[in-house]
Design a protein around this ligand. Structure first.
Ligand code: FDA
Length: 307
């Protein structure tokens, strides 16, 4: 019950101001977003890659309101890529981007987001790595998939995300699996209406398995974005049945969630990528993590009360 309420709050400006200003928020936020600047995040990148993990880096931010903010988002990613270059990590550190942060929701937003994301994708390719386009709410997805297709003409390794809770996803998966895309499959983190998305956990989990089978049997590179132990063992089984070698798919989890499992899968010889977010505009990302697990909210509220 609490999840949808928190997700609604994640889009409220009033709540954003309230939560962001609370002095006790930062230590709780740190669990999921372990830094605000490139200088703060570089040691984390070194530590995680040193542990045999791979990374996808997210400069937090979404739903910006001016073209200037979209350009600033592009520049933040370009700075990160520039700072990653001497580390020579190649695909061990890729980027994840949200097109709403690149201006997708503004006037002429589709073209603006494409114009802003293209230099990031090209800069990433120059240092031997890639970019994955995150999936946001369902109204943004036609534009996201069109941008993905456009970017792949020059940089075919550009990836995208699909969300098991959406009815449309099985068809999207068939298309992406047939054209050889890198695809991260997640359950879905936004508040979506019953007209477009499954609402019950067991329905979403069943859809996840159906879509995963399509990806594993297809021509592309499946990226299993989940912390769910049941889905992770099903993924291993499906990869085995599809005859995929360990470097022909990968697992992905979020920084701060089931960290022991990150290390366990990597130690077993799996490619394990940790989605690591940093930056100052962390509100939306943070609230979705609270919504996924109400126990996180209780911890957050308790820390506000006991301070
Ligand atoms: P589920 O929610 O069932 O969780 C399984 C178990 O994992 C829980 O029982 C708990 O132990 C643990 N867990 C999960 N979430 C937790 C949390 N917040 N705090 C503490 N423990 C938690 N979504 C989207 O819409 N667009 C996107 O682009 C992405 N990108 C993305 C990248 C990566 C690498 C991951 C792992 C996830 C995303 N997501 C996403 C989020 C995704 O849609 C989903 O909301 C979360 O992964 C939670 O779903 P699980 O599959 O982990 O299962």
């Amino acid at each position: 019950m609490l999840g949808p309420v928190i997700l609604a709050a994640s889009r409220s400006d009033r709540m954003r101001r309230l939560v962001s200003a609370a002095p006790v928020t930062r230590p709780v936020v740190d669990r999921f977003i372990p830094g605000e600047t490139v200088d703060e995040i570089l040691p984390i990148i070194r530590e995680l890659t040193g542990d045999g993990l791979e990374l996808t880096m997210d400069v937090v931010g979404e739903d910006i309101t001016t073209p200037g903010q979209a350009a600033a988002a592009r520049d933040a990613y370009l700075e990160l890529i520039d700072r990653l270059k001497p580390l020579e990590l190649g695909t061990r550190a890729e980027m994840s981007v949200k097109l709403s942060m690149f201006g997708q929701a503004l006037d002429g937003g589709h073209e603006l987001a494409l114009a802003n994301v293209r230099p990031v994708v090209e800069a990433a390719a120059e240092i031997g790595t890639t970019v994955t386009l995150d999936a946001e709410d369902h109204t943004t997805l036609d534009s996201m998939f069109a941008i993905h297709e456009e970017l792949r003409k020059d940089v075919p390794q550009t990836g995208c995300v699909i969300q098991a809770y959406l009815f449309r996803t099985e068809e999207d998966a068939r298309r992406l699996a047939a054209n050889g895309s890198r695809v991260r499959l997640v359950k879905g983190a936004y508040k979506e209406p019953a007209e477009v998305a499954y609402q019950q956990k067991h329905e979403i989990d069943k859809a996840y398995v159906r879509v995963l089978r399509t990806l594993m049997d297809g021509e592309g590179y499946p990226m299993i974005g989940s912390h769910d132990p049941r889905l992770i063992s099903i993924a291993q089984e499906l990869a085995h049945r599809a005859g995929r070698k360990p470097d022909e798919y990968e697992f992905q989890m979020l920084y701060g969630i089931r960290s022991d499992e990150h290390l366990r899968l990597a130690a077993e010889g799996h490619r394990m990528r940790v989605y690591t977010a940093y930056g100052t505009d962390w509100y939306g990302y943070f609230m979705r993590r609270l919504a996924e697990k109400p126990a996180n909210l209780r911890f957050f509220v308790r820390s506000m009360i006991t301070k």
